[in-house]
Design a protein around this ligand. Structure first.
Ligand SMILES: Nc1ncnc2c1ncn2[C@@H]1O[C@H](COP(=O)(O)OP(=O)(O)OP(=O)(O)O)[C@@H](O)[C@H]1O
Length: 299
């Protein structure tokens, strides 16, 4: 299997603000890949460089095997990009928008109509297809946005924060649509600031923090990096007051419990659970955050 994305030593700055500070990343073809990071981590900048919308200052960036600077057109033909603000016309219906986009992409009127019908059904928009987009909910808009980027099928789809601002139900329905794309053999590369989204949706995750990839792997691999089992100490209200990671062996759990027994009241309760993506994210970003806090204080 080839690589959908190959990035080496990628740097990008806006003026004196260095956003990407030497990113390295390889993403195999197929499945859903999530780039996970908080607001302002540089996710959109990264996706725009991959899609050829923005030029890197330094580094090698290959998409579908093509160099994004030297083989721009080939890259363009290999990808679809959806953003948070897609160019759909509020005054037209969903179906009309898709037909128009089909025509703009060189399909005949009949082909465009057929493709529009296909996508309306794939993205569960049958009831909404005949209504003006201006009346759509956030979730319906996002599904139309996704459908419109697939008018001409491409092997790689970039989704920049596809579910930001959606309620839980719309988010889950979009996850289903995204998973359906991957099951058709399309490589989905998405950015997200939601740990749960990366955990539930992605086959592989890379965590971006302060302009670098600080970890990558399957959700299970990332969780295993910080320990096998987590011990939670509960306070009187039954809330978690402290967590400790262990390697899951009797010895390690026993050691941690002995330590807790010396500090917590004798009737305190504990429970054991598997690590979550939150634990992973906190563990990965904690040291970098404390460094940048120190820098902020010095400034
Ligand atoms: N055109 C620009 N000029 C100057 N600074 C920019 C520009 N675009 C982005 N930035 C800054 O670069 C940093 C990274 O922005 P980017 O949009 O890539 O992050 P992000 O991870 O996608 O965040 P968000 O989730 O908020 O979209 C931010 O601090 C942002 O303010």
């Amino acid at each position: 299997m080839g690589l959908a994305i190959e990035v080496k030593g990628l740097y990008k700055r806006y003026g004196s603000h260095e956003v990407l500070k030497g990113m390295d990343l390889s993403v195999a073809e197929g499945g859903v890949f999530a780039l996970l990071g908080p607001n302002g981590a540089g996710k959109t900048t990264f996706i725009h460089i991959l899609a050829g919308l923005l030029r890197a200052d330094r580094g090698i960036v290959r998409v579908a095997g093509y160099d994004v600077t030297m083989e721009k057109l080939r890259v363009k033909m290999s990808i679809s990009l959806t953003g948070q603000f897609a160019a759909v016309d509020d005054m037209l219906t969903g179906t009309e928008n898709l037909r128009m986009l089909g025509r703009l992409n060189g399909l005949s009127a009949a082909q465009a109509a057929a493709r529009a019908t296909e996508l309306i059904s794939q993205f569960d928009l049958e009831a909404a297809g005949g209504k003006r987009v201006g009346t759509y909910s956030g979730g319906m808009r996002r599904r139309l946005d996704l459908a419109s980027s697939l008018i001409v099928p491409r092997p790689i789809v970039f989704l920049d924060e596809p579910t930001t601002g959606l309620d839980t139900r719309s988010r889950r329905s979009l996850w289903d649509s995204i998973q359906a794309l991957a099951s058709q053999g399309i490589t989905v590369i998405l950015t997200t600031q939601y740990l749960e989204e990366a955990d539930q949706l992605a086959d592989r995750i890379a965590v971006i923090h302060e302009g670098r990839i600080v970890a990558s792997g399957t959700p299970a691999e990332l969780k295993a990096r910080i320990g096998e089992e987590v011990i939670e100490l509960l306070n009187e209200e039954g809330e978690v007051s402290h967590t400790l990671t262990t390697d899951g062996t009797i010895t390690s759990i026993q050691d941690q419990l002995l330590m807790l027994a010396q500090q917590a009241p004798p009737n305190a309760r504990v429970r054991l659970r598997s690590p979550s993506m939150d634990d992973v994210f906190l563990a990965l970003t904690e040291s970098a955050d404390s460094n940048s806090n120190k820098e902020a204080k010095r400034a």
